[in-house]
Design a protein around this ligand. Structure first.
Ligand code: PLP
Length: 424
């Protein structure tokens, strides 16, 4: 039954019932946290063996002594594993230090300071810089573009990816649009997987800026919640065929495969882009942490080793997503026009859509009784969701029982906020 179909009396009664349940939950003194997409301790334990790798005496990768300086592109052994997972040639992937976010920050700051191989001038000397941001999206992406003073333009993220009619139009007509954030597989926070058609349009579309770039953040490329792994599109080949060989800058990392704070990050792109990137990183560092890279190569063995490791993650994570979905259904299912939420097949997040104008209030209500959520609006550039509708839920970190309770609270708060708004 939709709230709008209820009489004022019925709505009032529903609200007082919900308020009583809310007060009862408040009495439990909860302290739960669904804010960030972190792996749980149980997931981190899956990689505990890494702490003893590569191990005393094991410091050679081919002729390379991993303890020494050098090897800016990273260890070929590990690059080959990631290349197979991404479906690209091993010489088109480089391995870096622990955070792909650092690579993304570098890509943009090098472009600002020096320009890309296709730029007429450093981006900082352009009169105006704009960037497309599919929304809802990843707050830390938006943090980078905001920090560098690049104006962000939201474009809506639909079922098969960004609204391509809008993207094509904007990119073809506005030379100040220098790039776009994309999380093509199990997007943060909606779980969206870009369709083949969307990927092909992104690769082929014409751009007014000769140095237009897509940061192709494949953070969740192997993070399936099912038995299957997603198909990984070969964007470089598609773009090269269309005459845009330097368009895509693909990044990923093992942050949510092994250790979030001590993994290995990767960049895959055209030879020209990789040489450009390494030219700049070679100034700021004499090489990445190859000891950790060797540890990872030993730990995985091969690409199949990564896949079987990810299935162990799935056994821990998938029940939490199922519990979250079930709790939301219990609370909101009878009022399915009140809210909807994503049921992703991979990744780390659920995107909850509540009635317009009630996301901030839902988050506030939850916080008041001890459930911390990501601030409403955080999945939008500048933290502004124009409809105040989206809430990002991250169920991986808390234990299963806490996920159930926290999601129950979220569902209750969403319903209570919707009821109050409907009565106003
Ligand atoms: N990209 C996306 C889409 C993410 O959701 C996250 C973490 O939540 C990251 C990147 C962070 O990656 P890293 O740990 O490699 O910096």
């Amino acid at each position: 039954m939709a709230l709008s179909d209820l009489t004022a009396d019925d709505l009032g009664q529903l609200e007082s019932e919900l308020a009583a349940q809310y007060a009862a939950l408040g009495d439990r003194g909860l302290s739960l946290d669904l804010t960030r997409g972190k792996p749980s301790p149980e997931q981190l334990d899956l990689s505990e063996r890494l702490l003893s790798l590569p191990g005393e005496g094991d410091h050679k990768a081919g002729k390379t002594d991993v303890r020494n300086y050098g090897g800016g592109a990273g260890l070929p052994e590990l690059r080959a594993i990631m290349a197979e997972l991404l479906g690209v040639d091993a010489d088109r992937v480089i391995a870096q230090d622990n955070a792909s976010l650092s690579i993304m920050y570098d890509l943009l700051s090098f472009s600002m300071l020096f320009g890309t191989p296709d730029s007429e001038r450093p981006w900082k000397d352009e009169p105006k810089l704009r960037w497309l941001c599919p929304v809802p999206g990843y707050d830390r992406h938006f943090g980078i573009t905001e920090a560098l003073g690049i104006e962000m333009i939201p474009v809506s993220l639909d079922e098969g990816g960004p609204d391509m009619d809008e993207v094509e139009h904007l990119v073809a007509t506005d030379p100040s649009i220098k790039g776009m954030w994309c999380v093509p597989i199990y997007s943060n926070p909606t779980g969206t997987v870009y369709s083949d058609h969307t990927v092909s349009r992104l690769a082929r579309m014409s751009a007014a800026a000769p140095d237009f770039r897509v940061i192709w953040d494949n953070a969740y490329v192997v993070h399936t919640l099912t038995e299957d792994f997603p198909k990984v599109p070969d964007v470089d080949t598609l773009a090269a065929e269309a005459g845009h060989p330097n368009r895509f800058l693909q990044v990923c990392s093992t942050s949510k495969i092994t250790f979030a704070g001590a993994g290995v990050s990767f960049l895959s792109s055209s030879r020209e882009n990789l040489d450009w990137y390494l030219g700049h990183t070679g100034i700021r560092s004499i090489g990445p942490n190859k000891v950790n890279q060797l540890a990872h190569a030993r730990f995985f063995g091969d690409a199949e080793g990564v896949r079987s490791h990810m299935q162990k993650h799935r056994q821990i994570v998938a029940p939490k997503f199922e519990a979250a979905d079930a709790a939301l259904r219990r609370r909101l299912g009878g009022h399915d026009v009140v809210a909807r939420w994503s049921r992703p097949e991979g990744g780390y997040f659920i995107d909850l859509e509540v009635p317009d104008g009630t996301a901030t209030e839902t988050v506030r209500l939850a916080k008041e009784i001890g459930v911390a959520l990501t601030p409403a609006g955080s999945a939008y550039p500048y933290g502004q969701d124009p409809d105040d509708r989206h809430i990002r839920l991250a169920p991986t970190l808390p234990p299963l029982a806490e996920v159930e309770t926290a999601m129950d609270v979220v569902g209750l708060c969403a319903l209570l906020a919707a009821c109050r708004t409907a009565r106003d």
